[in-house]
Design a protein around this ligand. Sequence first.
Ligand code: FES
Length: 158
Amino acid sequence: MLAAVGLGGVLAGCSTAAVPYAAEENGQVPGSAPGGTGGAQAGAGQAGGAQAGGMGGSGTTATGTVLADAAEIPAGGGVVFAAEKVVVTQPARGTYRAFSAVCTHVGCIVNRVANGTIDCPCHGSEFTITDGAVVTGPASGPLPERRITVTGGKVILA
Ligand code: FES
């Protein structure tokens, strides 16, 4: 009986001893969490900053892919970013628009912006730089709009 009680006591002692240990460890983690977690966050922040810096170079807070300097998009024209499959236009000075660069005819990538239109090399479809509407077929549907932001002089694809 005594042994059983003692054993129980020992077990209880072990388990209670283990709890404070765990609690202490847990306590240490939160205790040092401001440092540890903060450090991790700072690390993540630095990584994010490095990414933003690498891509944008200006520490912008917006998330997304920096496509170009806004100044690189000609007023009254546009630029095709084939890798991102997006075309960015500036129909009026200071007004930027972006559309999918995938032609709605059979899926070629448009490759040119000229004379107010976004042009597809495959079968000659042309789309307006203002809203992506079809000017010349055979495409029958407009280029879908893509979301961009222009922040800190950078065009950022959302
Ligand atoms: Fe663009 Fe045919 S795929 S015109």
